[in-house]
Design a binder for this molecule. Structure first.
Ligand code: ATP
Length: 353
């Protein structure tokens, strides 16, 4: 196992006109479980393929510890990969499919048996070991593919590209927690690609958020939720995402329309900003000094309510306890708590309220 270091690594598919992945310097630390999270087309698969050696980057160098592997093909990198759809020998039994990567690398027979049984037990495949793979449904086949990716004890990294897409939603929760258990046991470096924030946040030690070919923020799940450093992370993480309200710094106060919503630390120049606050942290006060708002609708979600309001022309959603009793057209005053309300300029966080 090794740290995987990208030094100025970038990739263009069109001879340098556009970057699918903008040149980046970044280290994947050994034994950590990463989620690589971002919307469709942001460059996740390109980045994964560069690590595995399926793509040679058009810029920069890639190192496994101090070994430069930029020109080393996939076979020489000791990487395990799990793709979106099952990749199995259909005529082989589940046992033989799981044992294949180990036999291929000449693991001792006893270790092969022990690893296959351990992984199959954790993934709930132990009663299917003798079954031919083609006789399994696609969801089970994908779990076998997952097992094949995780079965080797010695790999530089395990790369998982949206591995649970074809798995039944109810099973996904179980499998993610199994994956964590296997990770604790093996200490593999895992890089798990997904566009699903729930998958990323529940699985990873560290979430790397990619947008338009660049890493916008990386951190522990709670850090990304509580302290986004970029508007994109505020929007993309959270359900619904962070409220963004245009505001103005005048002297040392922040104004939304005519209302003062708080003061700012010294040194922040006057001018337009955007206030970011998550629905979970917006609360209602009975009167000023809150921000005057009008309720436009309420979504009753069962466990909680989402109260939609309008501050001037700008929508702000507040998440409240279920049965909050707010009705459309009611007047309300919103409170933005200072320690959970951020200021953004040019999409980048520039301060707190
Ligand atoms: P998705 O979640 O949809 O798979 P992604 O985040 O994995 O997307 P990539 O597949 O890495 O993104 O694509 C990044 C950009 O590069 C996109 O604009 C895509 O259209 C482009 N791209 C990807 N593969 C190729 C290719 N083989 N030739 C040309 N352009 C490509």
């Amino acid at each position: 196992m090794a740290d995987i270091r990208l030094e100025g690594v970038g990739h263009s598919y069109d001879g340098g006109t556009t970057w699918a992945l903008k040149p980046m310097t970044w280290t994947w630390r050994t034994s950590r479980a990463y989620a690589l999270l971002g919307p469709s087309g942001c460059g996740k698969t390109t980045l994964l393929n560069i690590i595995s050696g399926l793509i040679t980057p058009t810029a920069g160098r890639i190192f496994f510890d101090d070994r430069d592997v930029t020109d080393v093909p996939t076979a020489g990198r000791n990487i395990a990969q799990v793709f979106q759809f099952p990749v199995l020998y259909e005529e082989m039994s589940v046992y033989d499919n799981l044992a294949f990567p180990l036999r291929n690398r000449k693991y001792p027979k006893a270790e092969i048996d022990q690893r296959v049984r351990q992984v199959s037990r954790l993934l709930g495949l132990d009663h299917l070991l003798r079954r031919r793979s083609r006789r399994l449904d696609p969801g089970r086949q994908q779990i076998v593919s997952l097992g094949r990716g995780l079965v080797r004890s010695q790999v530089a990294a395990v790369l998982l590209d949206e591995p649970l897409t074809v798995v039944d939603p109810a099973l996904k929760w179980t499998l993610r927690s199994k994956l964590k258990e296997i990770h604790r046991d093996t200490g593999h470096t895992l890089i798990y690609v997904t566009h699903d924030q729930t998958e990323a946040l529940t699985f990873a030690d560290e979430v790397v958020v990619l947008n338009e070919g660049a890493i916008v923020q990386a951190g522990e799940p709670a850090e990304l939720f509580l302290s986004p450093s970029h508007e994109f992370v505020g929007h993309f993480i959270g359900s619904p995402g962070m409220n963004m309200v245009p505001a103005e710094i005048v002297g040392d106060v922040v104004r939304v329309g005519q209302a003062d919503v708080g003061s700012v630390a010294d040194g922040l120049p006057p001018g337009p900003v955007r206030i970011g606050v998550r629905p979970e942290f917006v609360s209602f006060t009975r009167a000023s000094p809150g921000v005057a708002a009008r309720v436009t609708g309420v979504d009753r979600m069962g466990a909680y309510d989402l109260v939609h309001t309008q501050v001037g022309e700008h929508p702000v959603i507040a998440r409240t306890t279920a049965g909050s009793g707010y009705r459309p057209d009611a007047e309300a005053f919103l409170h933005f708590p200072p320690d959970r309300t951020f200021l953004f300029r040019d999409q980048v966080r520039c301060g707190f309220l």
